[in-house]
Design a binder for this molecule. Structure first.
Ligand SMILES: CC(C)(COP(=O)(O)OP(=O)(O)OC[C@H]1O[C@@H](n2cnc3c(N)ncnc32)[C@H](O)[C@@H]1OP(=O)(O)O)[C@@H](O)C(=O)NCCC(=O)NCCS
Length: 237
């Protein structure tokens, strides 16, 4: 793509996605515009194995914009990085078309993987301010990652993910309810055991009393019987 058509496309992308822009000329002041232009140059150098030059171009752009895109990353058309400060895009990241990133986003690795270490973002993904996507997995088309989320697992298309670690709160228009967890009335195994022992103790006491009563009754019957026998014997004599 020639520089003029690139500028035209960037104007369109930024106008579509940033309501704050007032005139086409402002596009030249956007860090996103500058850094993506530098990235395209750096990526070409990288593919021709001019690694030092590629790095030089990308690091220069990083110093000027606060956005660090590794020249090895593969990025589709229509990427828009709003504000941009603190955005990091790792070497093996793959970004589809019309993706939007906000300031503070990291598309990084966990440090545990080799080879492809960074995420793949499909078309129309939106990653909100400060979100971190770490590892070699895919974020499906049209997914939205909430501000401050830390995503460590693949995300299916059309989902919204929020929180740390990231959890899916919406699939399409459908809300996914959070699992019910009573944080106040937590089970207490020790007091449960004590209650069980008290109940057992009470039951045993009742049984003992019942037995004692029963035995007293039997004793009484025995003494009556003995006395009756004695009386009988006396009468016969
Ligand atoms: C994630 C986001 C894009 C909204 O996506 P959405 O699909 O429209 O989701 P909803 O707004 O319906 O929110 C769904 C649920 O997630 C919660 N949620 C939304 N964003 C969240 C976040 N960043 N962190 C934690 N929870 C969040 C909502 O409270 C809601 O919870 P509920 O169902 O219990 O009410 C948005 O909330 C967000 O994070 N935007 C930030 C954009 C940004 O970076 N702006 C910077 C400009 S400078």
């Amino acid at each position: 793509m020639g520089i003029v058509s690139y500028i035209r496309e960037e104007i369109q992308v930024i106008r579509e996605r940033d309501p704050a822009i007032k005139s086409n000329l402002e596009v030249f002041l956007y860090p996103s515009f500058r850094v993506i232009l530098s990235y395209r140059v750096a990526h070409r150098l990288y593919r021709k194995k001019h690694y030092f030059l590629a790095r030089w171009v990308s690091q220069r752009a990083a110093r000027k914009t606060g956005i660090e895109i590794h020249p090895g990353a593969r990025i589709g058309r229509g990427l828009f990085i709003d504000h941009g400060t603190g955005v990091i895009i790792g070497e093996t990241t793959v970004i589809g078309n019309n993706v939007t990133l906000y300031q503070g986003v990291t598309l990084g690795g966990t440090g545990k993987e080799k080879g492809k270490r960074h995420p793949t973002l499909k078309d129309n993904v939106m990653v909100s301010a400060g979100a971190k996507i770490l590892g070699s997995f895919t974020i499906g088309e049209n997914a939205k990652i909430g501000a401050g989320a830390v995503v460590l697992r693949p995300v299916p298309p059309n989902c919204t993910v929020v929180g740390v670690p990231g959890r899916i709160v919406k699939m399409g228009d459908q809300r996914i309810p959070r699992e019910e967890l009573d944080q106040v009335h937590l089970p207490d195994p020790v007091s449960n055991d004590i209650r069980q022992l008290q109940n057992d103790n009470l039951r045993l006491r009742r049984e003992i009393k019942e037995l004692e009563r029963h035995m007293k009754c039997m004793e009484k019957e025995d003494t009556i019987e003995i006395e009756e026998n004695k009386e009988e014997q006396h009468e016969t004599v």
